[in-house]
Ligand binder design. Structure first.
Ligand code: XUL
Ligand code: CO
Length: 436
């Protein structure tokens, strides 16, 4: 097979002084940080959809991307060829994982049977390519938002026949994920939400979504798939309100419908910011609930209010991500998955390399900075010290549930006005800057 990236060889680590744009300056896969290699901490993953299927089109213009492997045929053979090109990219980049939707690797058929057959034919090639390259599947998912049948949603559609079609599609997607040895499976509710409440029975739709997920859990068990299920929060886009709005909404939904033991969260930076949160906030919400599963690493644009899915290069962002990840014990089945796309103006294949190398280096630096902040200890000591009134005496008794309002009233009457201390935000911001 002719090379899709003939001028590019495997990306090497050359260190911080290198001027080579096609080399890592900070991501050194085998380098150890806090007792694990960078590769083990970061578990980088490339997404099939933006990397191979993103043509750079927007609502004002056609695609711009120059992709020699796009022959415009829409056939299974074409999809198989594209899959081989994808693995060449991931292998040359040196990322250990990838993620895909069923319908971005294989064409939509006229019937479900035909779609499944096309998917099987492409999965066969993906399996061969995984074996050849050593690249593994982080998670699979089903695309339940492109086809017109899903215009009212999939699991939350007003039409039970659509629910059934979506269930059949997800059943197959879980099965091929299992076949490819996937370490997880993600549910992102592409159109699980509403455009207007005038036509929507929200209570019923939410109950249907829960039923759908319970069926998925049952099927997972039935076929012996051991991968982790994730739910991916996003507040809006394409619908005006997506039910999986943010980490807190997802956790509440999972608890209400008795799904909390079966799904963790796959958090995405640009989704967090669309919800009015920072990624660090979302990671702390998930981490505190023991539900921090995986991250879709990208970033938005401060000036734009939509999901721009840009590659992450901001060291404050990656440092915050890595501080939260290290705090909650690191990634297990999840990864740092670049759900990100190059700009419409960055239309050459080499831009795909620049983008991923930059994201990987930014996360490697975030990891090193976070580890240095933790080794220094002043930040953690400050926080610990700030809460010291809870470590003994009254605070400890409150935490242990040994006192009630009566005893607390007696305490307040006896001790009078509490003496507070500064929160020292500016001091801490300066402290963090010493490491960046
Ligand atoms: C959409 C998004 C999806 C999911 C997978 O905003 O993030 O690509 O990650 O369906
Ligand atoms: Co995503």
């Amino acid at each position: 097979m002719p090379s899709a990236f003939p001028k590019i060889s495997t990306i090497q680590f050359e260190g911080p002084t290198s001027k080579n744009p096609l080399a890592f300056k900070h991501y050194n896969a085998g380098e150890r940080v806090e007792g694990k290699t960078m590769a083990e901490h970061l578990r980088f993953s490339v997404v099939y959809w933006h990397t191979m299927r993103g043509a750079g089109g927007d609502m004002f213009g056609w695609g711009t991307a120059q992709r020699a492997w796009e022959l415009g045929e829409g056939t299974v053979a074409q999809a198989q060829h594209r899959a081989r090109c994808f693995f060449e990219f991931v292998e040359k980049l040196g990322a250990p994982y990838y993620a895909f939707h069923d319908r971005d690797v294989a064409p939509h058929g006229k019937t479900l049977r035909e779609s499944n057959a096309s998917l099987d034919a492409v999965v066969k090639v993906m399996k061969q390519e995984q074996k050849r390259s050593g690249v593994k599947l982080l998670w699979g998912t089903a695309q339940l938002f492109v086809h017109p049948r899903y215009c009212h949603g999939a699991a939350t559609s007003c039409d039970a026949n659509v629910f059934a079609y979506a269930a059949a599609q997800v059943k197959k997607a879980i099965e091929v994920t299992h076949e490819l040895g996937g370490e997880g499976y993600t549910f992102w509710g592409g159109r699980e939400g509403y455009s207007t409440l005038w036509n929507t029975d929200m209570k019923r739709e939410l109950a249907h979504l829960a039923k759908f997920l319970h069926m998925a859990v049952a099927h997972k068990k039935a076929i012996g798939f051991k991968g982790q299920f994730y739910i991916e929060p996003k507040p809006k886009e394409p619908t005006k309100h997506q039910y999986d709005a943010d980490a807190a909404a997802c956790l509440n939904f999972l608890r209400e419908y008795d799904l909390i033991d079966h799904l963790k969260l796959n958090l995405e930076t640009n989704h967090a910011t669309l919800a009015g949160h920072t990624m660090q906030h979302e990671m702390e919400v998930a981490g505190a609930a023991g539900a921090l599963g995986s991250i879709d690493a990208n970033t938005g644009d401060l000036m734009l209010g939509w999901d721009t899915d840009q590659f992450p290069t901001d060291l404050y962002l990656t440092t915050q991500c890595m501080l939260s990840l290290l705090k909650y014990g690191g990634l297990k089945t999840g990864g740092v998955n670049f759900d990100a796309k190059v700009r419409r103006e960055s239309f050459e294949p080499v831009d795909l390399f620049h983008a991923h190398i930059g994201g990987m280096d930014a996360f490697a630096r975030g990891l090193k900075i976070a580890a240095a902040i933790r080794a220094d200890g002043r930040l953690a000591d400050f926080v610990k010290h700030r809460y010291r009134s809870w470590d003994s005496g009254l605070g400890k008794e409150i935490e242990l549930g040994k006192v009630g309002f009566k005893q607390l009233e007696a305490h307040a009457l006896k001790h009078g006005e509490p003496k507070l201390e500064s929160g020292r935000q500016e001091f801490l911001e300066n402290l963090i800057n010493d490491f960046i």
